[in-house]
Design a protein around this ligand. Sequence first.
Ligand SMILES: *Cc1c(COP(=O)(O)O)cnc(C)c1O
Length: 436
Amino acid sequence: MRLFSTNKKTDAKAPLATLEKAVMQGLAEDGGLFMPTEIPKLSKEFFNKINTLSFQKISFEVAKFLLKDDIPENELKKIIDESINFDAPLIKVTNDIYSLELFHGPTLAFKDFGARFMGQLISCFLKKSGKKITIIVATSGDTGSAVASGIFNLPGIRVFLLYPSGKVSKIQEQQLTTMGGNIQALEIDGTFDDCQRLVKSAFVDADLKNAFKKTNDSLGSANSINIARLIPQTFYYFHAYAQLKNKEDAIFSIPSGNLGNLTAGLIAKKMGLPIKKFISATNANNTFTEYFKTGNFTAKPSVQTISNAMDVGNPSNFVRITELYENNPEKMRQDIFSKSFTDTETSAAIKEVYEKYHYTMDPHGAVAYLGLKAFSPNGVFFETAHPAKFLDVVEPIIKQKIEIPDRLAASLNKQKNSIKLSKNFTDFKEFLLNKV
Ligand SMILES: *Cc1c(COP(=O)(O)O)cnc(C)c1O
């Protein structure tokens, strides 16, 4: 796989990146996002037998197809075995509507797929080069715990998670601060934006760069723009399709924030998966939905909602989607429908589906459910988080206790371990220099 930067497409002289470079670097030098130069189509034989394949087997076949020139087959097999090691079952909610449950991973959110695969891929590249990497991530919740869990105990990698003190939920804080091993949480006396600023400043600081270089180490990021997080997200689209009895139901509704999940689906379609329609469901952060109405993309400051992992005013993967559709909103509308929903509508949907069908949705899945219903009487909505991650929102709506899965309960009982730091860059820099 060769990759170009979304900022450089028109410059024929711009060098293409290898997968290794794109994954280790995250963002291109010119600030663009990496995209594969070619997305080939899978064979007819593959689609003919897809119904008979397990999720792991499907994942391996798709990964091999995309990455056969980059990673030896035996190593790729190991990467899949270690990362795609939980299911993504399709659950019947009504006669015509299914939920694709993407929350059966260790941190109970769909980000586990991307984070685990990325961790394994980075580890594979480090083994080859003999280098080390120190990943610094600013998190307001879910991303941090998925990345930490995906990288836990991998040799040559350590992670510093920066989170805003007092501004993440109790459950999220326990998930972030109790991992131990090569994961260290840093509790920043500031906001999420302060955490992001510290991370960005560290990346451009020459002293840090030189200090880390001396020990064959470097600072790396793990945010959602990394191509390694998109690739594994294509796998469950194939698996969902394989599980559908009636392929007419291949209408997929995705709760959208940074649009990574949707972009992965569009790539799966390019690879030949016959998806009839994508629904990009948004909350009050409706930049993408507005784009469909007006043809103009206008980034906005984010607003807080009950589906907070989708509180994104400037979705980063939008540039990848415009690449896939040659910047043509009309072409996009043929494949994608988008609609935005209020918190009131989201709560009402959680209540209705619980009462009528005895199925408990989390707020993100509920937005996707609404998106599907607005477009079609049949299809699949993506459940991206376990409702137990949003107890405070969901329990009062359904007036029932939600059972907390063991792996979440385990982290709730562990001792919090975080290092407190101010929001001043000089303090963060000194901390990092002491860790070289
Ligand atoms: C991150 C996240 C989303 C949004 O996914 P994108 O790929 O950013 O569009 C939706 N639901 C949950 C639970 C998430 O954590």
